[in-house]
Design a protein around this ligand. Sequence first.
Ligand SMILES: Cc1cc2nc3c(=O)[nH]c(=O)nc-3n(C[C@H](O)[C@H](O)[C@H](O)COP(=O)(O)OP(=O)(O)OC[C@H]3O[C@@H](n4cnc5c(N)ncnc54)[C@H](O)[C@@H]3O)c2cc1C
Length: 494
Amino acid sequence: MNTNKKHINVVWFKRDLRLEDNEAIFNATRTDIPTLLLYVFEKSLENDAHYSSRHWNFIKQSLVDINKQLEQSNTQVLAVSSEVLQVFNILEETYKIETVYSHQETGLKITYERDKTFKRFCKNNQINWVENTNNGIFRALRNRTNWVSKWEKYMNEPQFIFNSKAEKFLSTEAISELEKVLEKTNLETVPDTIFQKGGSTMAGKYLQNFFEERYHNYNSHISKPLLARKSCSRLSPYIAWGNLSSRQVLQKAATFRLTSSHKKQIDSFVSRLTWQAHFIQKFEMEEVMEFESVNKGFHSLKKKVDENYIEAWKTGQTGFPLIDACMRCLNETGYLNFRMRAMLVSFFTHNLWQPWQEATQHLSQMFLDFEPGIHFPQLQMQAGETGINMLRIYNPIKNSYEHDPDGEFIKKWVPELRNLPRAFVHEPYKMTYLDQRFNDFEVGINYPKPIVSMERTRKFASDFLWKMKKNPLVKEESFRILKLHTMADIGDSE
Ligand SMILES: Cc1cc2nc3c(=O)[nH]c(=O)nc-3n(C[C@H](O)[C@H](O)[C@H](O)COP(=O)(O)OP(=O)(O)OC[C@H]3O[C@@H](n4cnc5c(N)ncnc54)[C@H](O)[C@@H]3O)c2cc1C
């Protein structure tokens, strides 16, 4: 046994893929021993049905970007494909690991269990594990008393400056040696212009460009599927994977606000970042939300799974043009604005009357910005199963006329409808026999007939859920949820 092992620290990257304002790196590099920067592509997570290749590509791009910034420091991120414990066991053969630094993860059960195992491993191997607060989400809170002021204080604190001195890190040569005994991950990705590209450099460009050019119409465009793509920040994947900390974004917003003549837009944007933290904090305190409705009163709601409906929804073949355009756009590009996401879930859970649990994995795979802490609470809220939020059943036809009046978005993503006059694009099933003939278009052949009746299913869902809201257990649970999370839920006021 090698008793003269070199001592090192390890920074274990999770959803904090950046160098600046990274407390884990900051703490590790304050010590006198070198630090190894590590990312593990965990096979168990790669196989988890919530994730898809678009996420792993984004992470790879983020690591390539970090590596570029690290060239001056003569170090690289050790990126390996394995499981976390296996990697640490192998590292321990060469080095004595003093301390592992990472950010707390508000994640899926699978990562929570992994962290518990890792904690035991550290204890058994005399490794110190320091976990930092991530983006102002606090662990082990019993309620939300003073939560907002704690969060604000965290956000106003100075950022952690990256120390790039080479002596702070394990050298590239030493990392190459480790790559020989571990399964090195190939970080190359196929060049692609459809998805937003990962990395802090790209994130910084989106941030700068949002405040310099794009934010002026934030409020008026936020609900419009086409215009929101430009007028919203598009920062969600960068925040979800940690290319930017929320603090970096908020402090930038505050600086721009000082001289901005569009302060209202900046304030609305900032309020979204408060929601982001609010939802993640809620999930941190109610992790069962991954599997079941937070309001136990809804556990008795049993909806029959219909695979045909689910398939039509997933592939954008429901016969409702705005729903289909949204889904096809999401599948293709990984992004959709808030209202359209909410509408897709509402259609799934209310009109198709399917359990929200059946929607989670397809959506999480498609959202490039998949963030468990927002995803599950939002799904349940849009499904009307929290008991505390206003019941919202989105009407896709009304939304279509209001937010895509010329059918531009629909025609882009549902090419079958491209040649139809504007008057028919929102409700092609209303075309008469003659309309169809003159337009060389047949409902049910060129484009599906609606798979459900909008009016009948809306009424059914509304009556059913309003009745459920009166159920004593739903009421009791609503009270519990409000008490636990103190502040009134704020997420559906768009
Ligand atoms: C069913 C459903 C699932 C969702 N899943 C996710 C998810 O997995 N990851 C994710 O980041 N967002 C999710 N959202 C929230 C929201 O739709 C996206 O954050 C937003 O559309 C991203 O676009 P943007 O960055 O341009 O947002 P902007 O409007 O520019 O907002 C700035 C930031 O605030 C946060 N934010 C914005 N809206 C919300 C919101 N309603 N709730 C919480 N945080 C918000 C995001 O971090 C976003 O990047 C979900 C919404 C719904 C209805």
